[in-house]
Design a protein around this ligand. Structure first.
Ligand code: PLP
Length: 483
Protein backbone atom coordinates (compact mmCIF):
# COMPACT_ATOMS: atom_id res chain seq x y z
CA UNK A 1 0.00 0.00 0.00
CA UNK A 2 1.41 3.39 -0.87
CA UNK A 3 1.12 6.36 1.44
CA UNK A 4 -1.68 8.06 -0.56
CA UNK A 5 -3.79 4.91 -0.43
CA UNK A 6 -2.99 4.58 3.27
CA UNK A 7 -4.33 8.11 3.83
CA UNK A 8 -7.47 7.45 1.81
CA UNK A 9 -8.31 4.11 3.41
CA UNK A 10 -7.54 5.37 6.90
CA UNK A 11 -10.15 8.09 6.35
CA UNK A 12 -12.57 5.48 5.07
CA UNK A 13 -11.91 3.29 8.13
CA UNK A 14 -12.54 6.27 10.42
CA UNK A 15 -15.85 6.94 8.64
CA UNK A 16 -16.78 3.30 8.93
CA UNK A 17 -16.01 3.33 12.66
CA UNK A 18 -18.11 6.46 13.23
CA UNK A 19 -21.06 4.97 11.30
CA UNK A 20 -20.65 1.71 13.19
CA UNK A 21 -20.92 3.47 16.53
CA UNK A 22 -23.89 5.55 15.41
CA UNK A 23 -25.75 2.50 14.17
CA UNK A 24 -25.01 0.12 17.03
CA UNK A 25 -28.51 0.24 18.54
CA UNK A 26 -29.94 -1.21 15.33
CA UNK A 27 -27.72 -4.30 15.39
CA UNK A 28 -28.39 -7.53 17.32
CA UNK A 29 -26.17 -7.48 20.38
CA UNK A 30 -24.87 -11.03 20.19
CA UNK A 31 -23.69 -12.38 16.85
CA UNK A 32 -26.52 -14.31 15.24
CA UNK A 33 -24.37 -16.64 13.14
CA UNK A 34 -23.94 -20.40 13.22
CA UNK A 35 -20.53 -21.96 13.94
CA UNK A 36 -18.48 -22.12 10.74
CA UNK A 37 -20.60 -19.56 8.90
CA UNK A 38 -17.86 -16.93 8.90
CA UNK A 39 -15.01 -19.34 8.16
CA UNK A 40 -16.96 -20.62 5.14
CA UNK A 41 -16.69 -17.15 3.61
CA UNK A 42 -12.91 -16.92 3.99
CA UNK A 43 -10.58 -18.45 1.40
CA UNK A 44 -9.01 -21.77 2.41
CA UNK A 45 -5.53 -20.74 1.26
CA UNK A 46 -3.54 -17.49 1.37
CA UNK A 47 -3.39 -15.53 -1.90
CA UNK A 48 -0.19 -15.80 -3.95
CA UNK A 49 -0.78 -12.36 -5.45
CA UNK A 50 -1.94 -9.26 -3.60
CA UNK A 51 -5.55 -8.15 -4.07
CA UNK A 52 -7.01 -4.67 -4.52
CA UNK A 53 -7.78 -3.04 -1.19
CA UNK A 54 -11.33 -2.22 -2.39
CA UNK A 55 -12.08 -5.96 -2.44
CA UNK A 56 -10.57 -6.51 0.99
CA UNK A 57 -12.49 -3.64 2.58
CA UNK A 58 -15.73 -4.72 0.91
CA UNK A 59 -15.26 -8.25 2.28
CA UNK A 60 -14.59 -6.84 5.71
CA UNK A 61 -17.85 -4.89 5.62
CA UNK A 62 -19.82 -7.88 4.30
CA UNK A 63 -18.38 -10.74 6.35
CA UNK A 64 -17.00 -9.48 9.66
CA UNK A 65 -19.57 -7.23 11.43
CA UNK A 66 -22.41 -9.80 11.22
CA UNK A 67 -20.09 -12.26 12.94
CA UNK A 68 -19.29 -9.92 15.79
CA UNK A 69 -20.86 -9.71 19.23
CA UNK A 70 -21.12 -5.98 19.82
CA UNK A 71 -19.51 -5.21 23.15
CA UNK A 72 -20.08 -1.47 22.64
CA UNK A 73 -23.82 -2.02 22.16
CA UNK A 74 -25.86 -0.01 24.69
CA UNK A 75 -27.88 -3.11 25.60
CA UNK A 76 -24.88 -5.38 26.22
CA UNK A 77 -25.49 -6.51 29.80
CA UNK A 78 -23.57 -9.82 29.67
CA UNK A 79 -20.24 -10.76 31.31
CA UNK A 80 -18.50 -7.48 32.25
CA UNK A 81 -18.23 -4.48 29.93
CA UNK A 82 -15.33 -4.05 27.54
CA UNK A 83 -15.73 -0.38 26.77
CA UNK A 84 -13.83 1.54 24.13
CA UNK A 85 -14.21 5.29 24.59
CA UNK A 86 -13.99 7.14 21.29
CA UNK A 87 -10.99 9.24 22.33
CA UNK A 88 -9.17 6.06 23.33
CA UNK A 89 -9.91 4.48 19.95
CA UNK A 90 -8.16 7.46 18.36
CA UNK A 91 -5.16 6.88 20.65
CA UNK A 92 -5.14 3.24 19.55
CA UNK A 93 -4.99 4.34 15.91
CA UNK A 94 -2.06 6.62 16.63
CA UNK A 95 -0.24 3.96 18.63
CA UNK A 96 -0.89 1.53 15.78
CA UNK A 97 0.56 4.00 13.30
CA UNK A 98 3.84 4.06 15.24
CA UNK A 99 3.56 0.40 16.23
CA UNK A 100 6.18 0.89 18.89
CA UNK A 101 7.64 -1.87 21.02
CA UNK A 102 8.09 -0.74 24.59
CA UNK A 103 10.27 -3.45 26.08
CA UNK A 104 13.03 -1.10 27.24
CA UNK A 105 13.14 2.59 28.10
CA UNK A 106 15.36 3.22 25.09
CA UNK A 107 13.08 1.35 22.67
CA UNK A 108 10.50 4.10 23.22
CA UNK A 109 11.17 6.56 26.05
CA UNK A 110 7.79 8.29 25.61
CA UNK A 111 5.96 4.98 25.95
CA UNK A 112 7.78 4.18 29.17
CA UNK A 113 7.54 7.62 30.73
CA UNK A 114 3.88 8.08 29.83
CA UNK A 115 3.17 4.64 31.32
CA UNK A 116 4.83 5.69 34.58
CA UNK A 117 2.78 8.89 34.66
CA UNK A 118 -0.51 7.22 33.70
CA UNK A 119 -0.22 4.45 36.24
CA UNK A 120 0.45 7.12 38.84
CA UNK A 121 -2.63 9.06 37.67
CA UNK A 122 -4.64 5.86 38.04
CA UNK A 123 -3.15 5.19 41.47
CA UNK A 124 -4.31 8.62 42.61
CA UNK A 125 -7.66 8.25 40.86
CA UNK A 126 -8.57 5.08 42.77
CA UNK A 127 -7.17 6.38 46.08
CA UNK A 128 -4.13 4.11 46.50
CA UNK A 129 -1.32 5.47 48.68
CA UNK A 130 1.95 6.74 47.20
CA UNK A 131 3.89 3.56 48.05
CA UNK A 132 2.34 1.70 45.09
CA UNK A 133 3.90 1.74 41.64
CA UNK A 134 2.10 0.59 38.54
CA UNK A 135 2.69 -1.14 35.23
CA UNK A 136 0.23 -1.76 32.40
CA UNK A 137 -0.08 -5.46 31.61
CA UNK A 138 -2.13 -6.79 28.72
CA UNK A 139 -4.72 -8.54 30.89
CA UNK A 140 -5.60 -9.23 34.51
CA UNK A 141 -4.72 -12.88 33.92
CA UNK A 142 -1.16 -11.84 33.19
CA UNK A 143 -0.95 -9.51 36.21
CA UNK A 144 -2.19 -12.31 38.45
CA UNK A 145 0.37 -14.68 36.95
CA UNK A 146 3.08 -12.12 37.76
CA UNK A 147 1.75 -11.89 41.33
CA UNK A 148 1.78 -15.65 41.72
CA UNK A 149 5.34 -15.85 40.42
CA UNK A 150 6.27 -13.24 43.05
CA UNK A 151 4.58 -15.32 45.75
CA UNK A 152 6.49 -18.38 44.58
CA UNK A 153 9.90 -16.68 44.44
CA UNK A 154 9.35 -14.96 47.77
CA UNK A 155 8.49 -18.29 49.39
CA UNK A 156 11.53 -19.99 47.80
CA UNK A 157 13.94 -17.10 48.49
CA UNK A 158 14.32 -16.52 44.76
CA UNK A 159 15.43 -20.07 43.90
CA UNK A 160 12.37 -21.24 41.94
CA UNK A 161 13.27 -19.66 38.60
CA UNK A 162 16.62 -21.40 38.55
CA UNK A 163 16.09 -24.70 40.36
CA UNK A 164 12.45 -25.34 39.46
CA UNK A 165 9.96 -26.75 41.88
CA UNK A 166 10.81 -30.45 41.75
CA UNK A 167 11.96 -31.76 45.11
CA UNK A 168 11.23 -28.43 46.82
CA UNK A 169 8.57 -27.63 49.39
CA UNK A 170 4.95 -27.79 48.24
CA UNK A 171 3.79 -24.22 47.88
CA UNK A 172 0.20 -23.35 48.74
CA UNK A 173 -1.97 -20.43 47.61
CA UNK A 174 -5.27 -19.48 49.29
CA UNK A 175 -8.26 -17.82 47.68
CA UNK A 176 -11.99 -17.54 47.96
CA UNK A 177 -14.23 -19.76 45.88
CA UNK A 178 -15.48 -16.52 44.26
CA UNK A 179 -12.16 -15.83 42.53
CA UNK A 180 -11.83 -15.92 38.76
CA UNK A 181 -10.48 -18.87 36.78
CA UNK A 182 -7.38 -16.80 35.95
CA UNK A 183 -6.20 -17.59 39.49
CA UNK A 184 -6.50 -21.33 38.80
CA UNK A 185 -4.65 -20.88 35.53
CA UNK A 186 -1.87 -18.92 37.22
CA UNK A 187 -1.23 -21.92 39.49
CA UNK A 188 -0.88 -24.08 36.37
CA UNK A 189 1.52 -21.69 34.65
CA UNK A 190 3.63 -20.94 37.72
CA UNK A 191 4.19 -24.66 38.31
CA UNK A 192 2.47 -24.42 41.69
CA UNK A 193 -0.36 -26.59 40.42
CA UNK A 194 -4.10 -26.60 40.81
CA UNK A 195 -3.96 -29.06 43.71
CA UNK A 196 -2.06 -26.44 45.71
CA UNK A 197 -4.71 -23.77 45.26
CA UNK A 198 -6.82 -23.95 48.39
CA UNK A 199 -10.25 -22.49 47.75
CA UNK A 200 -12.08 -21.41 50.84
CA UNK A 201 -15.86 -21.08 50.98
CA UNK A 202 -17.35 -17.62 51.02
CA UNK A 203 -19.70 -16.59 53.78
CA UNK A 204 -23.32 -16.82 52.65
CA UNK A 205 -24.87 -13.41 52.07
CA UNK A 206 -24.01 -10.12 50.47
CA UNK A 207 -21.23 -9.42 49.42
CA UNK A 208 -20.07 -13.06 49.91
CA UNK A 209 -16.65 -12.42 51.52
CA UNK A 210 -14.33 -15.36 51.98
CA UNK A 211 -14.51 -16.99 55.40
CA UNK A 212 -11.23 -15.62 56.85
CA UNK A 213 -11.14 -17.80 60.00
CA UNK A 214 -11.59 -20.86 57.74
CA UNK A 215 -8.67 -19.63 55.62
CA UNK A 216 -6.52 -19.09 58.71
CA UNK A 217 -7.33 -22.63 59.84
CA UNK A 218 -6.41 -24.04 56.40
CA UNK A 219 -3.06 -22.23 56.50
CA UNK A 220 -2.26 -23.57 59.96
CA UNK A 221 -3.26 -27.10 58.98
CA UNK A 222 -1.10 -26.91 55.83
CA UNK A 223 1.94 -25.73 57.77
CA UNK A 224 1.49 -28.57 60.22
CA UNK A 225 1.31 -30.99 57.26
CA UNK A 226 4.59 -29.68 55.82
CA UNK A 227 3.30 -27.43 53.04
CA UNK A 228 4.74 -23.97 52.47
CA UNK A 229 1.98 -21.31 52.33
CA UNK A 230 3.06 -18.50 49.98
CA UNK A 231 0.18 -16.16 49.28
CA UNK A 232 -3.44 -15.14 49.42
CA UNK A 233 -5.57 -13.86 46.55
CA UNK A 234 -8.35 -11.51 47.56
CA UNK A 235 -11.32 -10.79 45.37
CA UNK A 236 -13.16 -7.49 44.94
CA UNK A 237 -16.06 -7.79 42.51
CA UNK A 238 -15.96 -11.47 41.53
CA UNK A 239 -17.11 -12.40 38.06
CA UNK A 240 -20.03 -14.57 39.02
CA UNK A 241 -22.01 -12.38 41.43
CA UNK A 242 -19.60 -9.58 42.38
CA UNK A 243 -18.27 -11.24 45.56
CA UNK A 244 -16.04 -8.99 47.68
CA UNK A 245 -13.65 -10.23 50.34
CA UNK A 246 -12.84 -8.32 53.50
CA UNK A 247 -9.46 -7.08 52.31
CA UNK A 248 -8.49 -5.60 55.68
CA UNK A 249 -9.03 -9.00 57.33
CA UNK A 250 -7.10 -10.80 54.59
CA UNK A 251 -4.27 -8.29 54.94
CA UNK A 252 -4.12 -8.91 58.71
CA UNK A 253 -4.00 -12.66 58.07
CA UNK A 254 -1.32 -12.25 55.41
CA UNK A 255 0.78 -10.16 57.79
CA UNK A 256 0.37 -12.59 60.68
CA UNK A 257 1.35 -15.53 58.45
CA UNK A 258 4.04 -13.67 56.48
CA UNK A 259 2.22 -14.23 53.19
CA UNK A 260 1.97 -12.11 50.03
CA UNK A 261 -1.50 -10.63 49.36
CA UNK A 262 -2.66 -10.01 45.78
CA UNK A 263 -6.10 -8.50 45.11
CA UNK A 264 -8.01 -9.18 41.91
CA UNK A 265 -10.40 -6.29 41.28
CA UNK A 266 -10.39 -6.72 37.51
CA UNK A 267 -13.89 -5.30 37.04
CA UNK A 268 -14.70 -3.40 40.24
CA UNK A 269 -11.34 -1.63 40.57
CA UNK A 270 -12.23 0.97 37.95
CA UNK A 271 -15.24 1.99 40.07
CA UNK A 272 -12.88 3.00 42.87
CA UNK A 273 -12.48 6.34 41.14
CA UNK A 274 -15.82 7.03 42.88
CA UNK A 275 -14.90 7.73 46.52
CA UNK A 276 -18.16 6.43 47.97
CA UNK A 277 -17.54 2.93 46.51
CA UNK A 278 -14.10 2.53 48.08
CA UNK A 279 -15.53 0.86 51.19
CA UNK A 280 -15.73 -2.28 49.03
CA UNK A 281 -11.96 -2.62 49.14
CA UNK A 282 -11.23 -1.10 52.56
CA UNK A 283 -7.75 -2.21 53.61
CA UNK A 284 -6.44 -2.24 50.03
CA UNK A 285 -3.49 -0.07 51.10
CA UNK A 286 -2.20 -3.18 52.93
CA UNK A 287 -2.09 -5.39 49.80
CA UNK A 288 1.20 -6.34 48.15
CA UNK A 289 -0.27 -6.09 44.66
CA UNK A 290 -3.54 -5.23 42.97
CA UNK A 291 -4.91 -5.61 39.49
CA UNK A 292 -7.83 -3.92 37.79
CA UNK A 293 -8.73 -3.53 34.16
CA UNK A 294 -9.22 -0.06 32.69
CA UNK A 295 -10.17 -2.12 29.61
CA UNK A 296 -13.39 -3.13 31.30
CA UNK A 297 -15.59 -0.46 32.84
CA UNK A 298 -13.28 2.57 32.65
CA UNK A 299 -13.34 2.80 28.85
CA UNK A 300 -9.88 1.94 27.57
CA UNK A 301 -10.07 -0.47 24.61
CA UNK A 302 -8.55 -3.94 25.08
CA UNK A 303 -5.83 -4.44 26.29
CA UNK A 304 -5.00 -2.34 29.35
CA UNK A 305 -4.68 -3.89 32.77
CA UNK A 306 -3.35 -1.81 35.67
CA UNK A 307 -1.07 -3.80 37.97
CA UNK A 308 0.12 -2.07 41.14
CA UNK A 309 2.88 -3.38 43.35
CA UNK A 310 4.19 -2.22 46.69
CA UNK A 311 7.65 -3.68 46.07
CA UNK A 312 8.79 -3.39 42.44
CA UNK A 313 12.13 -4.97 43.43
CA UNK A 314 10.41 -8.31 44.11
CA UNK A 315 8.60 -8.13 40.75
CA UNK A 316 11.77 -7.18 38.87
CA UNK A 317 13.93 -9.77 40.60
CA UNK A 318 11.30 -12.37 39.65
CA UNK A 319 10.90 -11.36 36.00
CA UNK A 320 13.99 -9.50 34.78
CA UNK A 321 16.33 -11.34 32.45
CA UNK A 322 19.20 -9.67 30.64
CA UNK A 323 20.79 -11.53 27.75
CA UNK A 324 23.51 -9.50 26.03
CA UNK A 325 21.18 -8.30 23.27
CA UNK A 326 18.88 -6.62 25.81
CA UNK A 327 21.58 -4.80 27.77
CA UNK A 328 21.20 -1.10 27.25
CA UNK A 329 24.49 0.27 28.59
CA UNK A 330 22.58 3.38 29.49
CA UNK A 331 21.90 5.14 32.73
CA UNK A 332 20.97 3.14 35.78
CA UNK A 333 17.63 3.73 37.43
CA UNK A 334 15.59 3.76 34.23
CA UNK A 335 12.49 1.61 34.05
CA UNK A 336 12.49 -1.19 31.49
CA UNK A 337 8.90 -2.37 31.73
CA UNK A 338 9.63 -5.75 30.13
CA UNK A 339 11.32 -6.48 33.49
CA UNK A 340 7.93 -5.94 35.15
CA UNK A 341 6.07 -8.26 32.74
CA UNK A 342 6.07 -11.84 31.51
CA UNK A 343 6.22 -10.81 27.86
CA UNK A 344 9.22 -9.05 26.38
CA UNK A 345 7.37 -7.09 23.73
CA UNK A 346 4.75 -4.63 24.93
CA UNK A 347 2.34 -2.26 23.24
CA UNK A 348 1.82 1.47 23.82
CA UNK A 349 -1.13 1.18 26.21
CA UNK A 350 -0.64 4.38 28.17
CA UNK A 351 -1.63 6.60 25.24
CA UNK A 352 -5.20 5.26 25.43
CA UNK A 353 -5.38 6.16 29.11
CA UNK A 354 -3.91 9.60 28.60
CA UNK A 355 -6.46 10.53 25.94
CA UNK A 356 -9.36 9.13 27.97
CA UNK A 357 -8.48 10.66 31.33
CA UNK A 358 -7.69 14.08 29.85
CA UNK A 359 -10.74 14.32 27.64
CA UNK A 360 -13.40 12.91 29.96
CA UNK A 361 -11.83 13.89 33.27
CA UNK A 362 -12.41 11.85 36.39
CA UNK A 363 -15.69 13.66 37.07
CA UNK A 364 -17.09 12.64 33.68
CA UNK A 365 -16.12 9.03 34.27
CA UNK A 366 -17.50 9.05 37.81
CA UNK A 367 -20.83 10.42 36.69
CA UNK A 368 -21.27 7.60 34.18
CA UNK A 369 -20.42 4.95 36.79
CA UNK A 370 -22.79 6.41 39.35
CA UNK A 371 -25.55 6.28 36.72
CA UNK A 372 -24.79 2.66 35.91
CA UNK A 373 -24.88 1.68 39.58
CA UNK A 374 -28.10 3.60 40.25
CA UNK A 375 -29.85 2.16 37.18
CA UNK A 376 -28.78 -1.39 38.05
CA UNK A 377 -29.97 -0.99 41.61
CA UNK A 378 -33.32 0.45 40.51
CA UNK A 379 -33.83 -2.41 38.06
CA UNK A 380 -32.93 -4.98 40.73
CA UNK A 381 -35.66 -3.52 42.98
CA UNK A 382 -38.12 -3.56 40.12
CA UNK A 383 -37.36 -7.21 39.34
CA UNK A 384 -37.71 -8.13 43.01
CA UNK A 385 -41.17 -6.53 42.94
CA UNK A 386 -42.28 -8.19 39.70
CA UNK A 387 -44.48 -11.26 40.23
CA UNK A 388 -42.93 -14.38 38.73
CA UNK A 389 -39.36 -13.08 39.09
CA UNK A 390 -36.94 -13.21 41.99
CA UNK A 391 -33.67 -11.53 42.75
CA UNK A 392 -31.04 -14.20 43.33
CA UNK A 393 -28.20 -11.91 44.43
CA UNK A 394 -28.29 -8.27 45.49
CA UNK A 395 -26.34 -5.73 43.44
CA UNK A 396 -22.65 -5.23 43.99
CA UNK A 397 -22.08 -1.93 42.20
CA UNK A 398 -23.89 -2.52 38.90
CA UNK A 399 -24.06 -6.35 38.91
CA UNK A 400 -26.91 -8.46 40.23
CA UNK A 401 -28.58 -11.74 39.31
CA UNK A 402 -32.18 -12.85 39.04
CA UNK A 403 -34.31 -15.71 37.77
CA UNK A 404 -37.73 -16.36 36.38
CA UNK A 405 -39.66 -18.37 38.94
CA UNK A 406 -43.32 -18.34 37.93
CA UNK A 407 -44.02 -21.60 39.76
CA UNK A 408 -42.69 -23.03 43.00
CA UNK A 409 -41.95 -26.49 41.56
CA UNK A 410 -40.47 -27.74 38.31
CA UNK A 411 -37.08 -27.46 36.73
CA UNK A 412 -36.44 -23.73 37.08
CA UNK A 413 -32.84 -24.13 35.92
CA UNK A 414 -33.90 -25.54 32.56
CA UNK A 415 -36.63 -22.89 32.30
CA UNK A 416 -34.14 -20.08 32.91
CA UNK A 417 -31.63 -21.55 30.49
CA UNK A 418 -34.35 -21.64 27.86
CA UNK A 419 -35.30 -18.07 28.68
CA UNK A 420 -31.69 -16.94 28.38
CA UNK A 421 -31.20 -18.74 25.09
CA UNK A 422 -34.31 -17.14 23.62
CA UNK A 423 -33.31 -13.68 24.88
CA UNK A 424 -29.90 -13.95 23.24
CA UNK A 425 -31.31 -15.39 20.01
CA UNK A 426 -33.72 -12.44 19.92
CA UNK A 427 -30.78 -10.02 19.79
CA UNK A 428 -32.29 -6.93 21.45
CA UNK A 429 -30.18 -7.49 24.54
CA UNK A 430 -27.50 -9.91 25.70
CA UNK A 431 -27.27 -11.56 29.13
CA UNK A 432 -25.26 -14.43 30.58
CA UNK A 433 -25.79 -16.94 33.37
CA UNK A 434 -24.12 -18.11 36.55
CA UNK A 435 -24.80 -20.68 39.26
CA UNK A 436 -25.58 -19.58 42.82
CA UNK A 437 -25.60 -22.73 44.92
CA UNK A 438 -27.64 -25.02 42.72
CA UNK A 439 -29.73 -22.21 41.22
CA UNK A 440 -29.11 -21.11 37.67
CA UNK A 441 -29.30 -17.32 37.76
CA UNK A 442 -29.23 -14.72 35.00
CA UNK A 443 -26.56 -12.05 35.52
CA UNK A 444 -27.27 -8.43 34.73
CA UNK A 445 -24.52 -5.81 34.79
CA UNK A 446 -24.77 -2.26 33.54
CA UNK A 447 -21.52 -0.92 32.12
CA UNK A 448 -21.47 0.02 28.42
CA UNK A 449 -20.58 3.65 27.78
CA UNK A 450 -23.57 4.39 25.55
CA UNK A 451 -26.20 2.77 27.78
CA UNK A 452 -29.10 4.96 28.88
CA UNK A 453 -31.61 4.37 31.63
CA UNK A 454 -34.11 3.58 28.88
CA UNK A 455 -31.88 0.79 27.53
CA UNK A 456 -31.81 -0.82 30.96
CA UNK A 457 -35.61 -0.70 31.19
CA UNK A 458 -36.01 -2.00 27.62
CA UNK A 459 -33.81 -4.99 28.37
CA UNK A 460 -36.12 -6.03 31.19
CA UNK A 461 -39.15 -5.55 28.94
CA UNK A 462 -37.54 -8.00 26.50
CA UNK A 463 -36.98 -10.45 29.37
CA UNK A 464 -40.63 -10.17 30.46
CA UNK A 465 -41.97 -10.48 26.95
CA UNK A 466 -39.96 -13.64 26.23
CA UNK A 467 -40.63 -15.10 29.68
CA UNK A 468 -44.34 -14.68 28.93
CA UNK A 469 -43.99 -16.90 25.88
CA UNK A 470 -42.59 -19.82 27.90
CA UNK A 471 -44.72 -22.61 29.34
CA UNK A 472 -43.47 -23.21 32.89
CA UNK A 473 -44.74 -26.83 32.98
CA UNK A 474 -42.84 -27.83 29.82
CA UNK A 475 -39.60 -29.75 30.10
CA UNK A 476 -37.07 -27.67 28.19
CA UNK A 477 -33.91 -29.37 27.02
CA UNK A 478 -31.43 -26.77 28.23
CA UNK A 479 -29.14 -25.27 25.63
CA UNK A 480 -26.27 -27.76 25.53
CA UNK A 481 -26.43 -28.04 21.76
CA UNK A 482 -26.99 -24.36 21.07
CA UNK A 483 -24.62 -21.42 21.04
N1 PLP B 1 -10.64 -11.37 37.27
C1 PLP B 1 -11.94 -11.08 37.22
C2 PLP B 1 -12.68 -10.79 38.49
C3 PLP B 1 -12.59 -11.01 35.97
O1 PLP B 1 -13.89 -10.72 35.92
C4 PLP B 1 -11.86 -11.26 34.80
C5 PLP B 1 -12.51 -11.21 33.49
O2 PLP B 1 -13.66 -10.88 33.34
C6 PLP B 1 -10.50 -11.58 34.91
C7 PLP B 1 -9.92 -11.62 36.16
C8 PLP B 1 -9.66 -11.86 33.71
O3 PLP B 1 -9.46 -10.68 33.01
P1 PLP B 1 -8.54 -10.63 31.71
O4 PLP B 1 -9.42 -10.99 30.57
O5 PLP B 1 -8.07 -9.20 31.64
O6 PLP B 1 -7.43 -11.59 31.90
Amino acid sequence: MNIDDFRRWSHQAADWAADYHQGLRERPVRAQVAPGEIAAQIADTPPEQGEPFEAIFADFERIIPPGMTHWQHPRFFAYFPSNAALESIIAEQLAGAMSAQGMLWQTSPALTELETRMTDWLRQAVGLPGGFQGVLQDTASMATLCAMLCMRERALQGKGNRAGLAGGPRIRIYASEQTHSSIDKATWLSGIGQDNLVKIRSAPGHPWPVDVPAMAEAIRADRAAGYRPAGIIGCVGGTSIGGCDDIAALAALARAEDLYLHVDAAWAGSAMIVPEYRGLWAGIDQADSIVFNPHKWLGVPMECSAHFVRDPDLLVSTLAIQPEYLKTHGKDGLINYSEWSVTLGRRFRALKLWFLLRHQGLEGLRERMRNHVNWAQALARRIADTPGFELVTEPVLSLFSFRYAPVANGDLNALNLELLTRINDDGRTYLTQTKVGDKLAIRFQVGPFETTEEDVGQAFEVVREIAGSLQPGTSYPGNQNRV
